[in-house]
Design a protein around this ligand. Structure first.
Ligand SMILES: *[C@@H]1O[C@H](CO)[C@@H](O)[C@H](O)[C@H]1NC(C)=O
Ligand SMILES: *[C@@H]1O[C@H](CO)[C@@H](O)[C@H](O)[C@H]1NC(C)=O
Ligand SMILES: *[C@@H]1O[C@H](CO)[C@@H](O)[C@H](O)[C@H]1NC(C)=O
Ligand SMILES: *[C@@H]1O[C@H](CO)[C@@H](O)[C@H](O)[C@H]1NC(C)=O
Ligand SMILES: *[C@@H]1O[C@H](CO)[C@@H](O)[C@H](O)[C@H]1NC(C)=O
Ligand SMILES: *[C@@H]1O[C@H](CO)[C@@H](O)[C@H](O)[C@H]1NC(C)=O
Ligand SMILES: *[C@@H]1O[C@H](CO)[C@@H](O)[C@H](O)[C@H]1NC(C)=O
Length: 652
């Protein structure tokens, strides 16, 4: 017993020195915190804030140190030079001292027992500083007399010469190589193991491999990862372009500039396009302009599209030239939206389009806001194959309660955006981010058909974009990237004979419908249909979605659910349902796959969906600077590569 409790004490002490799943504050392993933290990289001239915190744990297992230090000091040193007080280094006044306290749970036991540990904090923040001279810097916080937290910062030596006029960043949210392989299998005909056609992605000259880990956890969410892709800074889950400090406000955290803010600051007439098949306040579009520790602050997100940050003068933000997607609920004044944003955008000379016809008719000279439905845009499969699922959704974006039935997809939005950006930006060039959001959203709900349909729509969009730019004479001046922000643990391990499965009456016999290795057979999704389509380069989708032999697809982590491996013709899947109230959490939704069998979940029972996974994700690149994106790279290298290509470095 004695020995055991001794061991326990050691384990408890060690857990505070090593990284752990519950952290007092991510990026701050010590009692003194410097944000940007150790190992942060910067583009020369990129604006950022510096948050300093000194912690004094009040209770919990960390030793007490007394009052949080009000007299901490902070110096910056270029490598090989003496440290200089930050006030002198940046020519700013000493920031005022702030005080607060916060609480956190040390582990799952503390969470169950509702015993948070309380911490008192002293803090200061420097706003809007920049480092222009490339090299290594040491930022040193000295507190409690002699304690030090050192952050090693790297201002990358990024060439200043601009090499691309335009940059297009396509993000297949949650898209992995495994999904691309499955999409190719269902949409492209092969003969004796050889594909007769290729996907647009297959033809890119450069392929890289991107590591997505976040600052303080190895699994990222889309806010955190989009932040890394657009700003070069890794942060915490749920954060958009800030390092998360321990204060209560989701708006006072230390911020850093994004690619579009830098581009517009340097080139006021440069074009900016933000497109998504998700609701526009969602993380991937939001991360171009929002700065908050809570991605759920949707009103903040829309306000930053509209007017940038109002309480910090980062840059004169005049809004994107093109903003296309869904999520009408965040534009119509309501409990969620503080203002009637449609009117505000219109007053700022935006055309506002609510359907595909209006989108295509909008003049290319004017700024364009297109919001085409409430919530997320219906997916490709429902817009093109199972169109009855568009009915009775009362999702028309004007809030009238009609159905949105004249809907554009990613391709229509992207092609129109290029016209507007090209017309408006002239020689200054443009940046566009276009997100295929529902690859991720449908993977979450284990609806693999809908996810792969949207992946094929992305591929078709990329192909149409390349053709359009070629016709416009802009292709050789445009860097095109196609990547993802994280993956899901998806793969295919064979095929399923759905007829055999339906004929079996117990769960164990039903599993015999799965054929693996030689019994996988060949893809049945490309059988039939016009042959010309199957062999020509062009638009490729499955010729039908409900063959007898379907894919045996799955992810590595999921809730309780049922599987019959058939396309869900009646609309997107709901794999698990809440048992409301009792402690059972979420259980399999019987109606979701009546003819299938039960698969017990592998996630905590509070999860009703699948979750993101660890895998690296692919990066496809073509155009100027394409070579910067090959090999194994980090998520933040996407930002640095795009910034280099657009000549955004202000290196001295
Ligand atoms: C902080 O500095 C002031 C002024 O030198 C001193 O009076 C005070 O005792 C110091 N406080 C702590 C907690 O060290
Ligand atoms: C710390 O103090 C707070 C407030 O008094 C209390 O709610 C909490 O349970 C305490 N935590 C621990 C770990 O003792
Ligand atoms: C420290 O936190 C406790 C608990 O919230 C609070 O009562 C106390 O005033 C704080 N002390 C300081 C110096 O901020
Ligand atoms: C910044 O603006 C937001 C939203 O307008 C506001 O809630 C927040 O308090 C402001 N923060 C600071 C530090 O002024
Ligand atoms: C499309 O939008 C325009 C402009 O709001 C409207 O006049 C038209 O009726 C809409 N068309 C459909 C099919 O909803
Ligand atoms: C839509 O609603 C109408 C009227 O309530 C109903 O008759 C119709 O069957 C519904 N259609 C679908 C596809 O749910
Ligand atoms: C699912 O889990 C339950 C216990 O939670 C168990 O009784 C049942 O046999 C399991 N079913 C399968 C198909 O694994």
């Amino acid at each position: 017993m004695q020995a055991l409790s001794f061991l326990f004490v050691i384990a408890a002490v060690i857990s505070f020195t090593a990284a752990q799943t519950h952290q007092r504050l991510g990026g701050c392993p010590d009692l003194g915190c410097v944000f940007p933290p150790d190992q942060a990289d910067f583009l020369p001239g990129q604006f950022f804030d510096i948050r300093l915190e000194v912690h004094s744990p009040i209770n919990g297992s960390e030793a007490r140190v007394g009052e949080p230090d009000p007299n901490f000091t902070f110096t910056i040193a270029k490598k090989g030079h003496e440290g200089v007080p930050a006030t002198k280094f940046f020519g700013q006044d000493e920031p005022k001292l702030e005080h607060w306290d916060f609480s956190w749970y040390e582990d799952r036991f503390a969470e169950d027992a509702h015993t948070p540990s309380v911490v008192n904090v002293t803090s200061k923040i420097f706003r809007r500083v920049a480092l222009k001279e490339p090299g290594e810097y040491e930022a040193t916080l000295t507190y409690y007399g002699t304690r030090k937290t050192v952050a090693n910062w790297l201002v990358r030596k990024v060439p200043t010469k601009r090499r691309a006029k335009n940059v297009i960043l396509f993000i297949g949210d949650g898209m992995t190589t495994n999904m691309i392989t499955a999409a190719r299998l269902i949409a492209h005909k092969s003969i004796n193991g050889k594909y007769m056609t290729k996907m647009a992605l297959d033809k890119f000259p450069v392929l890289g491999h991107q590591m997505t880990h976040s600052m303080d956890s190895f699994i990222t969410d889309s806010a955190n990862s989009a932040t890394a892709l657009y700003s070069g800074h890794k942060t915490t889950v749920n954060a958009l372009n800030v390092y998360v400090d321990s204060s209560k406000s989701p708006f006072d955290d230390p911020k850093f500039e994004t690619i579009v803010e830098i581009f517009r600051r340097q080139h006021p007439n440069a074009g900016v396009g933000i497109l998504s098949t998700a609701f526009l306040a969602d993380a991937t579009p939001a991360a171009l302009t929002a700065h908050t520790s809570k991605r759920g602050e949707y009103d903040h997100v829309i306000s930053t599209f509209y007017e940038g940050l109002t309480n910090y003068t980062w840059t004169e933000w005049t809004g994107p030239d093109v903003l296309l997607g869904a999520g009408a609920e965040n534009f119509l004044k309501s409990e969620e939206a503080s203002r009637e944003y449609y009117d505000l955008f219109a007053k700022k000379n935006y055309n506002v389009a609510w359907n595909k016809t209006a989108l295509q008719k909008a003049p290319n000279e004017d700024k364009l806001l297109g919001v085409f439905s409430k919530s997320n845009l219906p997916v490709w499969l429902d817009r093109n194959v199972y169109t009855a699922n568009l009915l009775n959704k009362t999702n028309y974006p004007d809030g009238s309660g009609r159905d949105a039935d004249d809907l554009p997809g990613l391709k229509e939005m992207t092609l129109k955006a290029i016209d507007v950006l090209h017309q408006r930006s002239g020689k200054e060039g443009w940046f566009m981010m276009a997100e295929a959001a529902s690859i991720d959203k449908q993977m979450h709900t284990l609806d693999y058909d809908r996810a792969l349909g949207d992946l094929l729509e992305l591929d078709d969009t990329v192909s149409a974009t390349i053709n359009k730019l070629k016709c416009m004479g802009e292709l050789e001046d445009t860097l095109i990237l196609v990547t993802a922000d994280h993956g899901h643990g998806f793969d295919v391990t064979g095929s399923v004979d759905t007829k055999y499965m339906e004929a079996q009456h117990d769960d164990r016999s039903k599993r015999n419908a799965i054929g693996y290795y030689e019994n996988s057979g060949l893809s049945q999704y490309t059988v039939g249909g016009p042959n010309s389509l199957r062999y020509s380069e062009g638009v490729h989708f499955p010729s039908h979605w409900d063959p007898r032999y379907t894919l045996h697809s799955g992810v590595v982590a999921f809730p309780d659910h049922r599987e019959n491996y058939e396309v869900h013709k009646d609309g997107p899947r709901t794999p698990a349902v809440s048992t409301k109230g009792d402690k059972m959490g979420n259980i399999a939704n019987y109606k979701d796959a009546v003819t299938g069998y039960l698969v017990n979940g592998t996630l905590p029972v509070d999860a009703s969906q699948g979750v993101h996974s660890l895998t690296d994700v692919p990066v496809f690149a073509r155009g100027p600077c394409q070579e910067l994106f090959g090999g194994v790279i980090n998520s933040i290298d996407i930002f640095f590569g795009m910034a280099e290509c657009l000549g955004l470095s202000e290196s001295k």
